[in-house]
Design a protein around this ligand. Structure first.
Ligand code: ARG
Ligand code: ZN
Length: 510
């Protein structure tokens, strides 16, 4: 990136001259991306956000969203200008109170040039006033805003924020949130964390939500619609807020039979992962048409399709496991996705064992035997799958297989110490696969380089003995592999990763 001196015109202001130390007289633009090779333009350089305050109003009948975002940040370099990631129409930007110049650029960049450049380390308040119809905006040819009959939902990974608030859109820059949403009376607005208050006037009801722990931008969620909201507290003391669209039809019973077990499952997972890291838990099921679920922080998004075959506690376990593995400890780069999906899948295996529907080892053996050596499944490296494979089956299933291999290598004592110690080690922060490897080595006292390389970084099927400390797969796994087998060389299908509904789980739950 080229450094640039600021425009001479700007320097003319006497107050500005006083504000800039002589040693820091060159200011340069923040990078348009945070530096993630999977998604070069995602996030931005030059600043770090600590808090988003979003004051919104939404009309379900027209899909019109208007808002004011007040962003608290700190400059991490001497900044002449910086980008936010955003797609809606901006009418005004202020930086530290002064009107700033702004323009859009690229697929989703809002380029902001403050009146006065920002010295490294100084706090910055950015106010963005905006409006727009999110369903009409796309970037790279896609749109992840979900319209429903009675409202809309923002929940997708990695891209969701662009359609509803301006942000530094990368998990490496986590922040707290206040999300305040006005909707017509009779409609509900959901977001992350706890509901601080609701206020009704002039036919509009405002819902004030607060997320008081750091949260990645893709984990911020917004749902507007007619919901039935349930509240409670888990036996272990975690407040739970769930919501169900009134349009779930025949899926309503199965959705409630699954999501209403959130408190029980949060407590159960705490036994493996340590204390629940957030001030509330819960999930919501809007009447969207997509297939996936998403671990939106404290308020999980579930597509109704997750419950089309009946109750699905497995997907609830998956998304709740992410509250520790993904949300509390977030990835440093998108290549580290195994830290999210491998562990969330492994939690489903633990739940299967708890339910008497197959042990983790039986499931590992089954996955191993299900994919012949020439199956494209093995060409994906869970430790660096590439953006195109980020949410494909190998990251989940081969990823969980790697975790079982780790367990077999270090023994249960060290393994469960790692599982519980990791969220504590990196609480509310970010970490990489390399950090995890180092941590597992430290806790177990074993060198694990070869094991990690074999299971996470080789584009081929690991040798059978490596699959299990104790030799060959049991007959049951082989039998199931035959039933579920696919033609050699067949590619794995595009999955709906919330994933209680993989072939493995379907067979085992019958
Ligand atoms: N993290 C989500 C899950 O495993 C995956 C979401 C993938 N995104 C998508 N649009 N399919 O539950
Ligand atoms: Zn997941």
């Amino acid at each position: 990136m080229h450094r640039r001196t600021i425009a001479p015109g700007a320097l003319a202001a006497a107050s500005l001259l006083l504000a800039i130390p002589a040693s820091a007289a060159t200011y340069s633009p923040g990078a348009p991306g945070i530096g993630d090779p999977y998604y070069p333009m995602y996030g931005n350089g030059g600043y770090d956000v600590s808090h988003y305050d979003l004051r919104l109003a939404y009309r379900p009948s027209t899909d019109e969203l208007q808002g004011t975002a007040t962003i608290q940040a700190r400059a991490t370099q001497d900044l002449s200008r910086f980008d936010l990631d955003f797609l809606l129409d901006v009418s005004e930007v202020r930086v530290n109170g002064a009107r700033a110049a702004f323009t859009s650029s690229g697929e989703h960049e809002l380029v902001v040039t403050p009146k006065n450049p920002l010295a490294k380390g100084t706090p910055v308040t950015v106010v963005v006033r905006y409006h727009g119809v999110p369903s009409t905006k796309s970037a790279y040819g896609f749109n992840t805003w979900h319209r429903t009959a009675d409202g809309a939902v923002a929940a997708d990974e990695p891209e969701a924020a662009w359609w509803w608030f301006p942000s530094n859109d990368h998990p490496r820059d986590k922040a707290t949130y206040d999300v305040s949403v006005a909707v017509p009376d009779g409609t509900q607005a959901l977001s992350n964390g706890t509901l601080q208050s609701t206020v009704s006037q002039r036919g509009w009801t405002r819902y004030n939500w607060r997320q008081d722990k750091p949260q990645a931008t893709y984990l911020a969620t917004l749902a507007i619609g007619r919901f039935d909201i349930t509240t409670g507290t888990s036996e272990g003391g975690v407040p739970v807020i769930n919501a169900y669209s009134r349009n779930l039809g025949a899926n309503d019973g199965a959705a409630r039979a699954s999501v209403e077990r959130t408190g029980e499952l949060v407590d159960w997972l705490s036994g493996y992962f340590g204390p629940y890291p957030f001030s509330s838990a819960g999930g919501y099921v809007p009447a969207t048409t997509t297939g996936y679920a998403l671990e939106t922080q404290t308020r999980v998004y579930y597509s109704p399709k997750q419950f089309a075959a009946g109750s699905n506690t497995s997907v609830v376990v998956h998304e709740l496991a992410h509250q520790w593995y993904g949300d509390d400890v977030s990835l440093k780069g998108w290549k580290d996705i195994w830290l999210n999906e491998g562990f969330a899948r492994y939690a489903q295996w633990l739940w299967s064992e708890h339910e008497g529907e197959g042990t983790t080892q039986e499931l590992a053996d089954y996955v191993y035997a299900s994919h012949p050596a020439d199956d494209a499944f093995w060409t994906v490296k869970p430790g660096d799958p590439g953006p195109e494979n980020q949410f494909e089956l190998p990251v989940y299933d081969r990823g969980a297989l790697a975790i079982q291999a780790l367990r077999n290598a270090v023994g249960d004592r060290a393994f469960f110490a790692v599982l519980k110690g990791w969220p504590k080690q990196h609480a509310y922060g970010n970490a990489s696969v390399a950090d995890f490897e180092k941590y597992a080595e430290k806790v177990s006292g074993k060198r694990l380089g070869t094991l990690f390389d074999t299971w996470l970084f080789q584009p081929s099927k690991p040798a059978a003995p490596a699959a299990r400390a104790a030799a060959v797969a049991p007959a049951v796994a082989v039998r199931m592999a035959v039933r579920g087998g696919r033609a050699p060389g067949a590619t794995f299908r595009r999955i709906s990763p919330g994933a209680g509904t993989t072939r493995t789980q379907t067979l085992l739950q019958r």
